[in-house]
Design a protein around this ligand. Structure first.
Ligand code: NDP
Ligand code: 8X3
Length: 252
């Protein structure tokens, strides 16, 4: 029987690449995000390639909308085998004492509370079936703060703690829990972080070959494909010329 994956934040970057990877790998795919038109065009494309795809349009910050979306799934679509908690963002790179509290709230509500909402909605079904895998997209930013990263780094440190906590809580079951921690991945991430300043965003990836969403999707899929007795707990994936969240060696 085909397995089912649900990917949050599947309209762009790492999430979109995960949707493509799992569809190509024979999964039924539930793609979720806020942008309905983008989800539809990805669905059309993946279906043309032979995949079965469902779209769910909601904001992970809206717990009631998330609940209604998950509740709307019918039949075998309800039995989610893999949850990829990917939806997330950074906003700003200001010093902590100069940051915008609205940006902080958005990051906390999306990266922490949104991830918890999805976990709370989907893991009980996995527990009932004694089968499932939660893959959270953390970050190298969660390992140590970098200049201006403050609140974003804190949200990804929270993702680490939440992932580790869940892994403990489900250890008596057959569920597996994974934290994938990417470094520098060229997606829409920096455009969002710098509120649409595309030049500033492009500079983030200047002089270094960054990772791609597909590179991260390969690692996510590898974790999901490991034998059932193998739980890939955590993976840090950096660009080759990146030492950690702060050290990036660029060509002049
Ligand atoms: P993108 O901006 O390319 O994609 C972000 C995705 O998240 C989009 O599909 C967006 O969809 C969705 N999203 C954002 N906010 C919400 C929301 N409130 N509700 C539902 N969906 C939402 O960025 P990335 O692919 O780079 O980021 C994906 C994840 O990877 C994030 O958690 C990020 O923190 C993490 N990460 C990224 C790294 C990088 O260097 N790029 C490195 C390490 C981790 P829509 O706008 O349609 O809702
Ligand atoms: C995204 C990677 O280093 O820009 O989590 O914070 S970084």
């Amino acid at each position: 029987m085909k397995k089912t994956v649900l990917v949050t934040g599947a309209t762009s970057g790492i999430g979109e690449a995960c949707a493509r990877k799992f569809a190509a790998g024979g999964y039924n795919v539930i793609i979720t995000a806020r942008r309905a038109d983008k989800l539809e065009s990805i669905r059309t494309e993946l279906e043309a390639e032979g995949a079965a795809v469902k779209t769910l349009v909601f904001d992970v910050r809206d717990a009631e909308a998330a609940r209604q979306a998950v509740d709307s799934l019918e039949g075998p679509w309800r039995d989610i085998d893999v949850l990829v908690n990917n939806a997330g963002l950074a906003l700003g790179l200001e010093k902590e004492y100069e940051g915008d509290p609205e940006d902080w709230n958005t990051m906390i509500d999306t990266n922490i509370k949104g991830l918890l909402t999805m976990t709370r909605l989907i893991v009980p079904g996995m527990i009932a079936r004694n089968e499932g895998h939660v893959i959270n997209i953390g970050s190298v930013a969660g390992d140590a703060a970098y200049a201006g990263g403050n609140v974003y780094c804190a949200t990804k440190a929270a993702v680490k703690a939440i992932t580790d906590g869940l892994r403990i809580d489900v250890a008596a079951s057959a569920l597996r829990v994974t934290n994938i921690k990417p470094g520098l991945v060229e997606t829409n991430f920096s455009n969002i972080r710098f509120h649409g300043d595309t030049e500033r965003a492009a500079n983030v990836y200047k002089g270094i070959q960054p990772l791609t969403g597909a590179d991260i999707a390969d690692v996510v899929f590898f974790a999901a494909s490991a034998p059932k007795h193998v739980q890939i707990a955590e993976v840090l994936v950096l660009a080759t010329h990146q030492g950690n969240g702060s050290v990036i060696v660029r060509e002049p």
